[in-house]
Design a protein around this ligand. Sequence first.
Ligand code: TXA
Ligand code: MG
Length: 314
Amino acid sequence: MTATLAPDDAGIAEAARLLAAGELVAFPTETVYGLGGDARSDRAVARIYQAKGRPSFNPLIVHLPDLKAVEAIAEVGPKARMLAQAFWPGPLTLVLPLRNGAGISPLVTAGLSTVAVRVPAHPLAQRLLRAFGGPLAAPSANPSGRVSPTRAEHVLEGLTGRIAAVLDGGPCAVGLESTIILADPEPVLLRPGGLPVEAAEAALGEPLATGGNAGKPTAPGQLASHYAPEAMVRLDATQARPGEVLVGFGAVKGALSLSAAGDLVEAAARLFDALREADRLAGPRGRIAFAPVPETGLGRAINDRLRRAAAPRT
Ligand code: TXA
Ligand code: MG
């Protein structure tokens, strides 16, 4: 059985104890819930892949409490440092050269010489990382190929019975996974996410190159159909066709809306909830249509996830 742990000292102590014993614990971050396991333990990391049903060539993000802890396992180049200082803790993941002898399981990096690291801002994630006292490998806490969880109930829907516990921190404030950047020597955006690309470019004082298009992954495992709901998805819809559930935005009204006010922060926070809700309303072999979302700020990350949801299924 999967335990639900309260967001208090006892819950955090129990989560840290389970992790130290090599068990898996899902925990809230400001982006989405992570499926945490000890990043130093081959066994714990193998269990993460097993619980998610994830192909093992897909590397995981390592979560640490601060930049100092990151420097113990990875080399932080000059541009990475600028981004870390500007946005950590926060919804930013940096891909950095792994240090020799860092002690990270090779299953985490899938054998790459780089490691993806993130310092989450969520107070419960911070408390858990400090109580555990080590690096936590944590992909999003959903079965592979499904929508990322932004509530403890979503985690249980997908993974109950497959993990030891979930630390219940309520809904995630950002609602989209972190922005992934390879900063040095030349900055490349590997995945748009909860940190707007424009903010990263402003901190660096230079544009980010984009690593390929939605269908051609540069972050390994960025499969086009990674965010697939059950229903078929159509984009840029201003009206529902017969039998479709329309998800609105701004002036385009629907059966539900990402943000009736046209607010991108609200839309990002609601996106995965809305995908689940629309999927439920559409029913078996149903169809969902999404209203257009502007391609600026968080809209870039929202549209990236929507294009994946709409991509032909593999
Ligand atoms: O917001 C987030 O980033 C959430 C929370 C839990 O932190 N985590 C998350 O993890 O989205 P996951 O495993 O679902 O996505 C990790 C992404 C994958 O696309 C993976 O390919 C990429 O990070 N990645 C990991 N290590 C990498 C590396 N060394 N080089 C390039 N991409 C890497
Ligand atoms: Mg994921």
